[in-house]
Design a protein around this ligand. Sequence first.
Ligand code: HEM
Length: 188
Amino acid sequence: MSETIDFDALFQHGRLYSGFDSEDEQTLKAEGGKLLPHLQSVTDQFYAALAHIPDAQPFLEGRLEALKKTHVAWLQTVFSGPYDANFAAHMHKVGEVHVQVKLPVEFMACGMIQISRYLIPVLAQVYAGDSDTLARMMKAINAVTGFCLILMQESYQSSLLAQELEKFMSITGISRALFNNLAAAYKD
Ligand code: HEM
């Protein structure tokens, strides 16, 4: 499915909807390194919070340590970039992995909210006495996590449409070729 996606367009879409702009990119590139030593602790707190959500348990059991590793690696990319079509493609792929394991979509927003929850005290500590940079970092982190969320949710949306279409074709017996012809004929 991913081969047919225009990731440049998706990158621009994510930027527009999240407000993730060039100033945010510069801020994250300049300041992100200061947060790297804290990302393991943010991740540990993230999974400790998920441990209180019963519906999350089937997705965590037996793979918590592996998930923590991929999660820290992902957070590192968020704070180092580069922020381009490949970044958009990566976030879309991460969304697809969650679709494949059938993780309910609300866990995407839940995850991002937990990340902000544990990053905020880190920011307060790292930027104590420097409210200008603190404000710029909060704006940038809000934008980049919103960007990632939008891209991951986009995967859910396109997968859901594809699944519905498969179901429709299997119920009606309509082939994909016929469906494509009908869709082209009724485009408007
Ligand atoms: C902010 C939200 C989240 C982000 C950014 C995130 C990030 C990731 C990444 C980077 C991967 C690896 C993708 C790959 O293999 O290419 C992954 C896989 C996965 N995540 Fe998440 N995750 C999020 C939320 C969650 C939550 C809330 C849960 C569980 C309740 C979860 C469960 C999983 C599972 C089960 C996998 C697949 C692991 C496997 O392949 O065995 N994720 N996630």
